[in-house]
Design a protein. Structure first.
Length: 480
């Protein structure tokens, strides 16, 4: 565990950054601006109104803010040249320029699915500021899976948005877009290697380890290498960080009535800084991981209908996506390749959930009930490992329909196993994440990301301590 952060320095740094953000935004709020929100703020300021700034998330790789003046609110994100989680791995500031560019591209394809980007500019020599329209909806989509009650309309909108991006005609040089981020993404592969390597340890005797040992280390290593080989492929433009916490939806009218949804069914994609040339599976796979994980938690709690709601959404999303890309001219073999690779990328996220706790703290499981959480994580690990194996051979002789059946069978086996564990059902309740008012960002995946059971090396322990310190500062900042 690292030493206590210097809170005075943390707060001074926080305030300095906020002031710098405000000064730059105010300098762009002119009467001649071609952006309505900025012209209106200029008018309000000229009449003596105050401009306010509130931290939404951040502190590890960026800060995000809500900036408001009277009835106008805009969004701002301040980016740093590295992520505190991995300070030895540069995370180039060009990602923020490229986020701005990708938001403009995505807006041209799907104007209702992304906030309008306003400008991107430098703050000093080592920070970038992105300013956009404030999203008309602002609840993270992941909350609906935590509830176990999911708006089916979102599946159509998300699938259509991604299919348009993936099928957009691109020039060869456009596929090199934001390629500076690829080495950073590839540098995270050793984490997955460690997770899979630990499954073959003689001291590990849980169900996931038993499956890995049954398959054999050569086979699991080959499956991992099959995933790694896709990291250099560039077929289309991708969001590249498309999970349920990077999608915003409308708040439910009542958190007590879980089945009710906001009237419009709107969806907004956020966090485009990882976007680049890649393969469709990079977007599809991670998007399915958290819903499946929530389905397992609901099953353990005795709520079969909630589990089915999560899985049905996953199926609906794929059905619409498949129909859209087929309409664009993709062959069955091309669709099958996407499906197989998407299983690999679902596996990546699910194994990260099992091995280092990514997003596990948000599951509908009482966090002090470690026994239940371990049961759910085992199911997540089992299915993640199976998906990784299914994706090992892109030239598999199985038809697309049989692959879909294997995908669903792997999930159903774990749901059925979990649903019978408890005789007393846990009462369903609204997402505790929603009720806490916290937001999930990739920058504040906290100390749970590196579960102590998975951090045996000195370097890992050192990294865990650093994450804990920075995350503690992040939590204090968010509460102020």
């Amino acid at each position: 565990m690292s030493s206590e952060p210097n809170w005075e320095e943390v707060n001074q740094d926080k305030e300095a950054k906020k002031l710098a953000v405000l000064e730059l935004i105010k300098s762009r709020c002119t009467s001649s601006s071609d952006i309505d929100d900025l012209r209106t703020i200029n008018s309000y300021l000229s009449n003596g109104s105050e401009i306010n700034i509130e931290i939404l998330t951040g502190g590890l790789a960026n800060y995000s803010y809500a900036v408001s003046c009277e009835d106008i609110k805009i969004f701002a994100k301040l980016s740093f040249p590295f992520a505190q989680l991995f300070p030895d791995k540069p995370c180039p500031l060009s990602r923020t320029d490229n986020e701005y560019k990708m938001m403009k591209k995505f807006n041209s394809l799907n104007p209702s699915l992304v906030s309008t980007p306003y400008f991107c500019d430098d703050i000093g020599d080592d920070m970038k500021l992105l300013v956009t329209q404030y999203s008309p909806v602002d609840e993270q989509f992941g909350n609906q899976f935590i509830d176990g009650s999911v708006d089916k309309r979102t599946a159509d909108k998300i699938a259509e948005g991604l299919s348009k991006l993936h099928q957009k005609e691109t020039e060869t040089d456009e596929l090199q877009f934001n390629s500076e981020m690829k080495p950073w993404v590839q540098s995270l592969t050793p984490i997955l290697e460690k997770i899979i390597g630990d499954l073959h340890s003689p001291d590990n005797n849980n169900r996931v380890a038993a499956l890995a040992k049954q398959l054999g280390e050569d086979k699991t290593t080959a499956a991992l290498h099959a995933y790694v080989s896709t990291l250099d492929e560039s077929e289309c433009l991708i969001h590249a960080d498309c999970h349920s916490f990077n999608l915003l939806v409308g708040k439910k009218p009542s958190i007590e009535l879980l089945q009710e949804f906001e009237e419009s069914g709107s969806v907004v994609f956020v966090d485009f800084e990882m976007s680049r040339g890649g393969i469709p599976a990079t977007d599809i796979g991670p998007l399915r991981a958290f819903p499946i994980s929530c389905a397992f938690a609901h099953a353990l709690n005795g709520h079969r209908s909630a589990a089915d709601n999560c899985i049905n959404w996953v199926n609906s999303f794929w059905s619409v996506y498949e129909a859209k890309v087929r309409d664009s001219g993709l062959t069955t073999e091309a669709v099958k390749k996407i499906y197989i690779q998407a299983m690999q990328y679902s596996a990546l996220y699910m194994l990260a959930g099992y091995g280092i706790g990514v997003h596990m703290e948000y599951l509908p499981v009482d966090q002090d009930n470690t026994k239940d959480l371990e049961r759910v994580k085992e199911s997540i690990g089992i299915v993640g490992l199976k998906f990784l194996m299914y994706g090992m051979d892109v030239e598999t002789e199985l038809s697309l329909e049989k692959l879909k059946a294997k995908f669903l069978q792997a999930i159903e086996e774990e749901v059925s196993q979990l649903i019978g564990v408890k005789k007393v059902r846990r009462n369903r309740r609204s997402s505790m994440l929603r009720m806490s008012g916290r937001r999930v960002s990739d920058g504040n995946i906290r100390a749970g990301i590196l579960d102590r059971k998975s951090t045996n090396s000195t370097n890992s322990a050192k990294l865990l301590g650093m994450i804990e310190s920075v995350s503690m500062a992040d939590e204090v900042i968010a509460m102020q």
